[in-house]
Each structure stands twice: as C-alpha cells, then as structure tokens.
Design a protein around this ligand. Structure first.
Ligand code: BGC
Length: 454
C-alpha cells in the first residue's frame, strides 16, 4: 500500500524478502503480563510509578494488563493460528530476581520456562529481550540506572537469564530503546521512575550504554550459538525550514535521538560535538569505559514509527531544538499524534547500513495506534492495515536496493498497556477487551495471517 497512491495494491509475499528474513510480533512484560504481585515477584519501577496519581492516563496501570501470565497458552495458540512463527517478549527482571539481585524466584523462572516451552511446542521461535523498562524497584531505591552499581546488577541478571533459559533461547535482545527509558524516565520524568534533569539522565545514559555491552558479553560467553542483538528507537529528522538555525536544531536532535547509543557501541564515542551538554557525561566515564562499551552484536534492532520535524527554540534548555507536533503540520497522524511517514523506516535502515561494523539490521518494532471501533464483533482497522503494508513495502524496497535488513516485527500482538498513555492507544493486530480479556482478530491481524501464509 502506497499512501501517495492508494489504488496501488499490496502484492508482496514473505518469500520476496529472501529465505533468511523473519517476520514476527513484539511485546514487553509489563505491557501484557499482569500478575504484578503473584508468588514472590518483586515490584518494578512501573508498579511503583503507576501507583502514584497523575502519572498515567486515568491513573491506569499494568496490574492485570492482558493477563498474559495466565492466558499465554491461548495467546501463543492464537499466534500459531495466524502463521506467526517469531515471538519477541521480555523478561520481567523483578519476577526472576524479586530484589533485583540475590535470591532467584523459582516461580518466576518456572513461568518463563512454561512460556518458552509452549512456544517451542507450537513451532514458534522465542526472541527474548532482557530489559524492556521494568527495573526492580529495590534497585531504583538504590539509584537505579543512575547508580554505577547497575553494571554489576545487570551483569548478574543477564547471567541468571542465560543460566536458566540459554539452553532453549537462542535469540536475545539486550536492551529495548535505551534512549527512551533514560530520556523519558530519567530526564523528562514522564515514564518510570519519574526522575528529571541532567544529574539523573547523564549517569543513566552512560550506565545503560555500558550494560548494552555487558549483557552482550555475558550472553556470548554463556549461550552457545546465540544470535544476539540490542534495539534502538530512531526516526528520520527533518529540519522545519532551511534556515541555518533550524538545520542546526535538526542536527542536534538527530545526534541525541538517533546517534547517542549506537555510536559508542561501535567505538565512535558519544556525539558530543553536536550536543555539547553531553560533555557532562565525562563525570561518569571511567578510564576503560569507552573501550568496554564496544560490543560486536550479531544484529541491531531498529525501531521506527514515524519521523520528527524539528525547529530551533530558545526556550528548550541545553538543546535549543524542539519537535513540531504532527497535529500542527497538517499531515496524516496516528492516535499518538505521530506522523504516518513510511519513508522514515527506509531512511533509518539506510542510515544504519552506513555504519561500519553492523552485521545485520532487523526491524524489531513498527506499528501504529488508531481509534479502533469494535462493531458487530469486528474491528475494521483499515488505517493500521495500510500503515503496516506501507512500512513493509519500504522494508522490501530497502532489501531490493541492497540494504542489509533481515527481519520485521509488528508492534504489537494484542492491544496492551501503552505506558503513560494507559490503555487508550491500541497498537494490536488483535483487539483486547480489557474487561473480559476476550481477544478479537482485527482486519489487520487477518491480513497479516494471510500475508504470512501466502
Ligand atoms: C516501545 C514499546 C511501545 C511502543 C509504542 C516503543 O517505543 O518499545 O514498548 O509500546 O514503542 O509506543
């Protein structure tokens, strides 16, 4: 589907992407599992953050979410019936290590064993993310990502996961979008743990950077034949005008949003030249750190949903750049007020291809929230269907043009808890009735099933 030419039919098949290309769906523990306080599970920063009034839309939380904890078999069977053969989910650190370190919860391990074994029984390859934003609260109480000890806490957590699951899990992702969890959680305070300012953000950035590589090294050493990656949020950035100020503002935003975490990983250091405030990172960098932040991942997970238009602003501290909201630009948007701009995914694949040292790129998340209407037991989510088709076409074009991209995962399987936005934005291929936990396949889900089966 081409948004500029809606008459043009979508006629790709999975085979057109080559034999190594994988299609799948992505999820995250806190967004789907529920069961926030079963067995000896410890609280996470999202349990804590959502317990405070005003932090999320209508004070919603993930205590039940999609109840994946008890419904995982039905959900995985539904996946199978939709011809989905790759399922990305994350492990809740505080379900496995209730205090973040120390004693392992055998009930927590048993839950993930059941999920993993059931996926394998159904012929579905499990892809595990170690960290998708739900730090144990016990570790946040000691400073969380802003405390240097997180390097050893994370190393231990990765070792525990490799020990218990490494015999069956061969596809690993270390971190989900470090720019988002440090930026939203430790600078803007709009995500858990709700901390603000540079004194939180800069150490959190540097420690997350170190943990990317630490996690990679642990998995490489402990899991034979593992395919190991880590993911980055990124968006094409366009300057609002050709004025020198707007062009500079766009460069700064690009350095912060798209380059901050990938470049040190590849040995290129922090992009301080465009974001001078990052010089403050120096205070947290120990002598060997920049060497140890380098790791040779098997793949990089690129997660793109939109593009950003950026202009100069005197009022934004440090950066002097500001995002011009899509709703103010007269463009097609999703419910998140993100511009529908499929070319961004192509451009980001191209950008990441230009770096030396990236072996493979996988789109580990892409999708959209639209105001879905349940009508006569059906959800005719035409806009999501077109969004997915348009983005998959761009990925195909990238492959055709010789760019190195080997996978595409839809965000997400079922509608779920969308962080600070609560349950309002629905991103699923499958509609969730949050009162009854009924699942209803949307038109986009039916289409994806047919596409995968074709
Ligand atoms: C995150 C998901 C989130 C999605 C849609 C990504 O940034 O990894 O957890 O639900 O975007 O906002």
């Amino acid at each position: 589907m081409d948004f500029n030419n809606p008459q043009k039919p979508f006629n790709l098949k999975p085979q057109d992407f080559g034999k190594d290309f994988v299609f799948g769906v992505s999820t995250a523990a806190y967004q789907i599992e529920g069961a926030h306080a079963v067995h000896d599970k410890g609280a996470s920063i999202w349990d804590q953050f959502t317990s405070k009034k005003g932090n999320t839309f209508n004070n919603q939380h993930g205590q039940v979410a999609c109840d994946f904890y008890t419904k995982f078999e039905a959900d995985i069977l539904l996946m199978k019936s939709m011809n989905i053969s790759h399922f990305r989910f994350s492990l809740a650190w505080s379900r496995i290590l209730p205090n973040g370190t120390g004693a392992v919860s055998m009930d927590g391990v048993a839950f993930y064993n059941r999920v993993i074994d059931f996926c394998l029984e159904c012929g579905i390859t499990p892809w595990v993310t170690l960290y998708h934003w739900d730090l144990p609260q016990a570790l946040q109480d000691q400073g969380g990502w802003a405390h240097r000890d997180v390097l050893s806490w994370f190393k231990n957590y990765a070792q525990v996961c490799a020990t218990y699951f490494g015999d069956r899990i061969k596809h690993w992702i270390v971190l989900n979008e470090p720019m988002v969890f440090t930026g939203a959680g430790y600078f803007l305070g709009v995500h858990a743990p709700g901390n603000k300012g540079l004194k939180n953000f800069l150490p959190a950035v540097h420690h997350a950077m170190m943990c990317q590589a630490i996690g990679g090294r642990v998995l490489r050493a402990m899991v034979p034949k593992a395919f190991i990656g880590t993911t980055f949020s990124c968006s094409e950035i366009t300057a609002y005008s050709e004025s020198a100020k707007d062009v500079l503002a766009a460069k700064k935003a690009d350095a912060l949003l798209n380059r901050l975490f990938i470049e040190p990983l590849l040995g290129l250091g922090y992009p301080t030249e465009h974001v001078p405030v990052l010089a403050g990172l120096e205070a947290y960098i120990k002598p060997n750190d920049l060497k140890e932040a380098v790791f040779d991942f098997d793949f990089i997970g690129v997660q793109t949903y939109t593009r950003e238009v950026v202009k100069h602003s005197y009022f934004v501290p440090y950066l002097r750049s500001k995002i011009v909201k899509a709703s103010k630009r007269n463009v097609k948007t999703t419910l998140m007020d993100w511009e529908v701009y499929p070319r961004s995914i192509y451009n980001m694949i191209e950008r990441f291809n230009q770096y030396q040292g990236i072996h493979k790129i996988l789109i580990t998340e892409n999708g959209a929230a639209f105001p879905d209407m349940l009508f006569n037991g059906k959800v005719h989510d035409k806009e999501r269907l077109h969004y997915l088709q348009a983005h998959i076409e761009q990925v195909h074009q990238a492959k055709k043009d010789g760019l190195n991209v080997e996978g595409y995962f839809v965000w997400t399987f079922t509608d779920n808890f969308e962080w600070a936005e609560g349950y309002r934005p629905r991103f699923g291929l499958v509609y969730t009735n949050f009162s009854t936990q009924e699942r209803i396949l949307k038109a986009s889900g039916k289409w994806f099933k047919t596409f995968l089966g074709s």
